[in-house]
Design a protein around this ligand. Sequence first.
Ligand code: BG6
Length: 478
Amino acid sequence: MSNKFPKNFLWGGAIAANQAEGAYLEGGKGLSIVDLLPTGPNRRAIMKGNVPAFTPLKEEFYPSHEAIDFYNRYKEDVALFAEMGFKVLRVSIAWARIFPTGEAETPNEEGLAFYDNLFDELLKYGIQPVVTLAHFDVPVNLVEKYGGWRSRKLVNLFEKYATTVFTRYKDKVKYWMTFNEINMLLHLPFLGAGLVFKEGENQKQIQYQAAHHQLVASALAVKAAHEIIPDVKIGCMLAAGTFYPFTCNPDDVFQAMEKDRESFFFIDVQSRGEYPAYAKRFFKENGITIEQEPEDKEILKNHTVDYIGFSYYSSRTTSTDPEVTKNMTSGNVFGSISNPYVSKSEWGWTIDPKGFRITANQLYDRYQKPLFVVENGLGAVDELNADGEINDDYRIDYLKEHIAEMAEAIEDGVEIIGYTSWGPIDIVSASTGEMKKRYGYIYVDRDNEGNGSSNRVKKKSFNWYKSVIESNGEDLDN
Ligand code: BG6
């Protein structure tokens, strides 16, 4: 099999502000929602919207507060990315660095300067920044005051934030994305949209209203980007992974289609510019009424995205048979039945390279817009051997098989413009808050409790990925 990638294929890696930067109150930054997520047993409930307090609690450990200190060490890290030959680095801007409370008149200059310096450092090595406006990121003040994205208020505040950063970085950043894994708000509503629920509320109603606000805000950001930045490409971002029916029972097949639509719903709006037909019945049957402003329809219609960004870690499997659904596996937050034909990671996430090709084909068939793979990778435990080396062959195998399937998808005719593997340097895990769940080519000496020097060590996969990029994806077996 020969892997053919387009000449200007955008190879690189992806991180998020809240999982890498640390310095959670430095440089005038305000508190972000992720700063309220501890490691340990309480994390999941908070991500779902049961938030005990709007300030960090003494008895908890919050991994985002220091993370891997990318805020202070980014020069060293960018030099390592450059050594691997990155063409792009996907980062996110922390909204609360730019507008600490989310609603001040003027932006925080120190926050703006940080990203200026970061982008300059990347550009110095010829690495293009790819920037996500909101990667699980809402200033806590907006949650306390307005209830996060349940409030229409956030649409204009977000638009202002987007316009501010577009204007400031218009000569430095040409690739943008609006909301990371926008469909996540259905599964982890506090993480995805700063939603906190009161007892007895119709949560679905609130989630879809918040979704509407994000969709309008996303379209307004697309509009602003197109007006402000010459040659801009701005995309959406989906937590993707096709649902397989467990059997060919039409009930299973239909359920798989519905599960896929639950996620496609968002991209259908962002890419096609209107609510899909199937949403009407879904809203009716779930007692959901979306409040819209008269101009919303036009905003959504006229400002669709330029490309479809997506993450792919796993395929998912679903069944209508209660006997079969006893056998569930984790796999991000998307519940999935254990698929007997493929393997799993140490965290129970399905490993299915061919599912990557299937997912890419499905997205391209549906939207016929360029795709950008902005996350993919294996979270695993890495051990240093006696010589202080990390031989992460399991990670190389995972990536090799996925990149090979991506090449197949391109051969199938799918237009893919780039690939940024997740966490090219070890960062805090979003789902568990652990450091132990590592994705990087670069090891960071830091444990789950925050102990360690935070020194960076190249893993075996570092040189492997370097050769992959050097050969434009031809050489996966180096
Ligand atoms: C995606 C997120 O869901 O998956 C990332 O966009 C996240 O923020 C990544 O880190 C991997 O998940 P985890 O839980 O292993 O860090």
